[in-house]
Write a protein that binds this ligand. Structure first.
Ligand SMILES: C[S@@+](CC[C@H](N)C(=O)[O-])C[C@H]1O[C@@H](n2cnc3c(N)ncnc32)[C@H](O)[C@@H]1O
Length: 270
């Protein structure tokens, strides 16, 4: 498969991601994720593949000044935005591949990985590396989008990009739904040595009052931004029209209200 399948953003895409995708998609998921195991005052929390850091920011508000929060991500542009937005020198940001995070063993109570696991080339290796960083009995939570069929946001973009550019051009979006089977993810946790592995299918309803603006800015916040950034306004509008049409019943001509379905998997380090 060619194309950007590790969700690597460049240019101003990380700023747009924080501005347009985070409030609509990643804040609701982070609220759900943290509600599964709310960080307690003084705990140490790791946000793996933190992107612009929404989970780390929300966790920091809960653990307070006596807790430690670290966000780790491969992408320097995402981390630059994370630092600027957090405006909190007490969150530590580390530029690192999940395969080898430069931190000491057994220093975190809980690790969260929100919409990151599907992009890691060695998923079991990544889960083992996270386990190395957890205390015994520490918990790891992952949120991973389910199939394109269940996620009109990604499906409509994949269909429209395939039509307007070609199948390879859609790979950056298709990869979001590339680890769609929650039971498979639970198996990866078990292979990595976690116990008490649990898998829930969670269906959030997401909404944006200005559907067209959301889709237009949203696609420029993804790895496919580079493909369409120099298109004419006419060509870009035709793509946006097809994405909005692809939402079907979830677009009323003005606003979008659509299901976003993910696996939420957790495990405990023995
Ligand atoms: C869709 S974003 C999710 C970001 C964040 N967790 C959130 O909820 O907004 C996926 C993130 O995974 C990161 N990523 C992909 N492969 C990675 C790897 N091998 N190691 C660390 N981070 C990685 C990307 O840089 C990107 O920031």
């Amino acid at each position: 498969m060619s194309g950007n399948t590790e969700w690597q953003l460049s240019g101003n895409a990380a700023e747009l991601y924080e501005q347009f995708l985070v409030p609509t998609i990643f804040v609701p998921w982070a609220q759900h994720l943290l509600s599964k195991s709310p960080p307690q005052t003084g705990q140490n929390i790791l946000d793996v593949a933190c992107g612009t850091g929404i989970v780390a920011r929300m966790a920091k508000a809960r653990v307070g000044s006596t807790g430690r929060v670290v966000g780790a991500d491969l992408n320097a542009g995402m981390l630059q935005v994370a630092k600027a937005v957090a405006n909190d020198s007490l969150i530590e940001w580390i530029e690192s591949d999940v395969a080898d995070i430069p931190l000491e063993n057994e220093c975190f109570n809980t690790a969260y990985c929100q919409q990151g696991l599907q992009f890691f080339p060695d998923k079991v290796g990544a889960l083992k590396e996270i386990a190395r960083l957890l205390h015994p009995n520490g918990l790891c939570f992952a949120v991973v989008a389910q199939s394109l069929d269940q996620n009109p946001l990604m499906r409509s973009q994949v269909d429209a990009l395939t039509k307007h550019v070609g199948a390879d051009a859609a790979n950056g979006i298709r990869s979001v739904c590339g680890l769609a089977d929650g039971d498979e993810i639970a198996g990866l946790f078990e292979q990595a040595g976690y116990v008490d592995v649990n898998f829930d299918k969670v269906d959030l309803t997401l909404t944006h009052s200005e559907g067209r603006a959301f889709v237009q800015n949203g696609i420029l916040s993804t790895p496919v931004a580079g493909i369409i950034s120099d298109w004419s306004e006419t060509a870009r509008n035709a793509l946006i029209d097809d994405i909005l049409t692809g939402f079907g019943e979830f677009y009323n001509g003005t606003s979008l209200t659509f299901p976003h379905v993910s696996s939420v998997v957790s495990g405990r380090k023995p």
